[in-house]
Ligand binder design. Sequence first.
Ligand code: FAD
Length: 428
Amino acid sequence: MKKETVIVIGAGIAGLVAAKELSAYFDVVILEALSRFGGRIDTITDSGFSLPVESGAEFVHGQAENSIELLEEAKLSYQPVEGTFYKITKGRLMKQEEMVQGWDILLSKMAGLREDMTLQQFLSTYFEGERNAEIRKQAIAFAEGFDIAAIEKVSVQSLYKEWSDQSGDNRVDGGYSKLVEYLVEECRKMGCTLITNSIVKEIDWTGEQVLVKTLNNIIYGGEYCVVTASVGILQSATSKSAITFTPALPEYMSAFHQIGFGNVVKVVLEFTEVLWDKDAGFFFSDEQFPTWWTQLPMEVPLLTGWAGGPAADLLKELNEAELLDVAIRSVSSIFNLSIEDIQKKIKAAQVFNWHNEPFTAGAYSYHLPETPEALDILTLPVGGKLYFAGEGLYSGSHPGTVEAAIVSAKDVAGRLKKDKFNSIASFI
Ligand SMILES: Cc1cc2nc3c(=O)[nH]c(=O)nc-3n(C[C@H](O)[C@H](O)[C@H](O)COP(=O)(O)OP(=O)(O)OC[C@H]3O[C@@H](n4cnc5c(N)ncnc54)[C@H](O)[C@@H]3O)c2cc1C
């Protein structure tokens, strides 16, 4: 019997995992806009650095069960991230010996919240006044920097779910793209058709088959379609990367606007020598690139700078040379070295401004108080044949991560299989 076809849009981790899971039951065709696989996982190996560097995802966060399971299945090794935290205090770089005083009180207040609200409302209700200034500052820095969220929009209940489930991070040896390579190989072995440079412009779900039309006017037909484009792409109905749905999906498109989507500018600098104490893992500051990290346990003179959320929004319109200047000024100030000194010691440098990535349109998602209702809509298939998946369609304790994308992909594949076999059962 001829198998039915599923068209998967996007070969990021969600698209690849969904394709792998579905390939035993369906013919699977994956359409990817870029000339490479992996989406927001992209290990760079050809830019003059003496080791692979990550332009996107780098850490396997905490207890990310599904990510770890997949790494083990792929027989890929990973190492715990190490290193002391340093913080600029009164103009000096100091070891941060302990978590911020009052963090437990903050978490217990968040845990007791009956009705969700934004972080801004929460802090001004429960942590007002001078004596709470430091805890407010830390909570805002964490939400903005790590969750890349706007504090006037982000949900406290979602932050609590994530912040209360923190444990150590890991890095994949050789880079995260090794996992993508494994999945691509598995998909090929299972007979999936993977097509790159294929920009989907329109999805017509009027007829029995879903018709997927690309920019170069090729039409693919399938009984089912799984769309894994980012929340940023699905929110931007008018941009040149937008996907049109026929008939239109106003309820779904407005649900995508009930999910937050932040920006990140990441910069990687390799120096001729290590400029910091050898035990250093992370540096936190008030600079324009506020957060920097080393590669410990690997002792290499490489630093990654991170501006997330509002800090990235302030930088996102700058060109690469301007961003590099800002990054060098931040490093100069943090390590108290002259700009000329820093410039002389740079061996390789690259800036990654995710706002400008046409097929991502930002970095990753965060929850608003309205997001759970939006997810109830977005996780329902349209007309029994059109499904959405990807990191933004996730409600667990690792939002905005590779783990979120894997979980969402497994969920959608499970639902699609169930829908298919239920419909067969109802015929019998
Ligand atoms: C700078 C940065 C740092 C990060 N750091 C971490 C981290 O340390 N740890 C972590 O766990 N997560 C991290 N993340 C988040 C993580 O990378 C993502 O959550 C995850 O990779 C998303 O996977 P996805 O498959 O849902 O989406 P994507 O990877 O975006 O895949 C979607 C795919 O769809 C394609 N596409 C889009 N539009 C079209 C179209 N019209 N036609 C065809 N194809 C299309 C895209 O090109 C893309 O390949 C980071 C992300 C960024 C940007």
